[in-house]
Ligand binder design. Structure first.
Ligand SMILES: *Cc1c(COP(=O)(O)O)cnc(C)c1O
Length: 362
């Protein structure tokens, strides 16, 4: 089904923030994309409208039973002014996986990707330029039907908002201290940990808060059943370089399949660096450190791309990784992925998708 995307222009544009003051998630652009779903008419009325608050009935199901999902990807401006996205079809696909798990009706992936391209194109002047800078794209879906009986909603709203974001780290990647969580769990097999649902984040806040009180930046999550196997770090996937080989937890139904995770694995294979997806116990990680074989540890995700781990604390014991320095391979992966995203190096995988200028909408 081909649906045209309507456009409603706003009278006055907002003042754009200084690039140095951006941070993450602090500013929103002039426009947003909206589309509605009703059980009788399906997804309808795709439109780009001025960014503004939305009105929902207090009985909207999302407020009561948490039927909400989201995605996160970025648009980049290259040195020659080309605007590009990084593997956006993976995000469209994952959004539908999240929909399926939360009984939300499937969306037309092509339509949504087109909508995102149009929105980004209209907002091209909001894309900050330079190292680590991008326009963060946040698609999300909410259950909007006013109804208090527990069942899937019959009405939904899909929105896409854009937020210009600065470099996650300053000029250099800085290794962080991580607490291995033994009490709280993030996700269980059979649950919703493998999809991007808002509730996963709500459930993770307590452990994160307690870790911060103890001086750690993030949590390393273990499996919920045996409290033994490594799953994720904060809201990122995790990699270990042990004696020349890179290992990452195998997708098991409670781990989120990150686009960055997949990109790291493909890059390593391309470089012929040994890489393996496996079940990894935290005990084995500490044992590898004991033998002097734990060379690098890093998280991967859209926001930071690569986040080096400098210290791991588990069971009352702390180990320091690579003398709190960024590992050579971590840096190489970071440079390669951000290089592709910013159009500075060749893209052998065809990961980037160009956004055509749509002057015609205006
Ligand atoms: C989004 C997310 C990631 C990272 O996924 P990317 O596609 O690489 O951004 C990892 N873990 C969790 C729990 C997430 O929500």
């Amino acid at each position: 089904m081909k649906q045209d995307i309507a456009f409603i222009q706003r009278e006055e544009l907002k003042a754009k923030p200084e690039p140095v003051s951006l941070g993450f998630g602090n500013y929103y652009t002039d426009y947003m994309f909206v589309m509605d779903y009703h059980i009788d008419s399906g997804w309808h009325d795709p439109r780009i409208v001025p960014y503004e608050p939305i009105t929902l009935d207090p009985a909207a199901m999302v407020f009561h039973y948490g039927q909400a999902i989201f995605e996160g990807l970025k648009a980049y401006k290259t040195a020659d002014g080309t605007i590009q996205l990084f593997r956006p079809e993976k995000n469209m696909n994952r959004l539908n996986e999240s929909c399926a798990r939360l009984c939300i009706p499937q969306i037309d992936e092509q339509l949504l990707l087109n909508a995102i391209k149009q929105l980004v194109s209209i907002e091209k002047d909001w894309i900050p330029e330079g190292e680590g800078m991008s326009l963060y794209i946040r698609p999300f879906i909410l259950a909007t039907e006013p109804h208090l009986g527990v069942r899937p909603s019959h009405q939904y709203k899909l929105l896409v908002i854009l937020s210009p974001s600065g470099a996650y780290y300053g000029s250099q990647l800085s290794p962080v201290k991580i607490h291995v969580e033994e009490h709280y769990v993030r996700a269980v097999i059979g649950g919703v940990g493998h999809v991007k649902t808002s509730g996963n984040y709500a459930a993770s806040l307590k452990a994160q808060e307690e870790a911060e009180e103890k001086g750690y930046a993030q949590i390393l999550w273990l499996d919920a059943k045996e409290n033994k196997y490594v799953e994720e770090v904060g809201s990122m996937n995790i990699f270990f370089k042990i004696n020349g080989e890179v290992v990452t937890p195998k997708l098991n139904g409670s781990i989120l399949p990150g686009v960055t995770r997949d990109s790291v694995i493909q890059l390593l294979k391309h470089w012929e660096v040994p890489v393996r997806e496996a079940r990894i116990s935290i005990e084995d990680i500490f044992a590898a450190h004991e033998r002097g074989e734990l060379e690098e540890v890093f998280g991967s995700g859209t926001a930071a791309v690569i986040s080096p781990v400098g210290e791991l604390n588990w069971n009352g014991k702390s180990i320091v990784i690579n003398e709190q320095q960024i590992g050579q391979l971590s840096q190489r992966i970071y440079d390669a992925i951000t290089g592709i995203q910013l159009g500075k190096v060749e893209d052998p995988f065809d990961w980037t998708v160009k956004v055509d200028r749509v002057e015609s909408v205006l």
